[in-house]
Ligand binder design. Structure first.
Ligand code: SAM
Length: 218
């Protein structure tokens, strides 16, 4: 069976998974991420969850094609509602909006458990997710960006620490990206240009824009 490659966005998510971790991939769709991780020996066990039966069937097809039904369990679940705390060390929530990712974390009774790794990849409203995280005792441990099909994405590794930290408004947009990294700089430029467009109807964004420009040297 021919192996497949992950695109840059899912590759970046994959790079954050701990070797030997038990994975829960929430909103798995085709289950490419857990299948790729098992095939490459990064993990041995995964739960591939989706709220919709159609994507879950696509996921099952991929799992069966690579004969990985002993390693990967498909499960119909709204977010983490049907996942027990003991079933996952590393939890990926990728390809959804920042508001939905926040809701999934908020609805999970065990999300605030130390030691769990959350690998989060918001497609939109990253600032809403970062606000939720810091108001609820989570912290971004590491954050990176990538370009995929001419679009810019960010992936963050998040842990629950229990400390509720005050953050600056500019941090909602920049997070822990390192502007001296080329991919992160490109992502930050994209965020800045989006904010500049929004600021035409919302002058309150101007000080945040100025701060991001100064802090990130853009
Ligand atoms: C755009 S796809 C992303 C697939 C994959 N995670 C990726 O990043 O390429 C979003 C998937 O999330 C699923 N989804 C949306 N809301 C969900 C929820 N509350 N719980 C679980 N899955 C959800 C959708 O059915 C869809 O399959």
């Amino acid at each position: 069976m021919r192996l497949f490659s992950l695109d840059n966005r899912l590759s970046l998510c994959a790079s954050f998974i701990r070797k030997g971790a038990t994975l829960a991939d929430i909103g798995t769709d085709h289950a490419y991420l857990p299948v790729w991780l098992v095939l490459h020996g990064v993990i041995n066990r995964a739960l591939a969850c989706d709220i919709n039966e159609g994507p879950l069937c696509s996921g099952l097809d991929t799992v069966n094609r690579y004969e990985l039904s002993d390693n990967i369990t498909l499960r119909l679940s709204d977010g983490l509602k049907k996942v027990n705390s003991t079933e996952a060390d590393d939890i990926v929530i990728a390809g959804m909006g920042g508001e939905l990712i926040s809701k999934i974390l908020n609805d999970c009774p065990w999300a605030k458990t130390k030691g769990k790794h959350y690998i989060l990849q918001p497609m939109t409203k990253c600032e809403v997710l970062i606000k939720y995280l810091y108001e609820n005792g989570f912290e971004i441990i590491e954050q990176q960006a990538c370009e995929c099909d001419s679009k810019h994405y960010t992936v963050m590794l998040v842990e629950y620490t229990g400390d509720v930290k005050q953050i600056d408004e500019s941090f909602l947009y920049t997070g822990k990206l390192n502007p001296s990294d080329e991919q992160s700089k490109a992502y930050l430029k994209h965020v800045l240009s989006h904010l500049q467009k929004r600021s035409i109807g919302n002058k309150e964004l101007l000080p945040v824009i100025g701060k991001i420009k100064g802090e990130c040297n853009l």
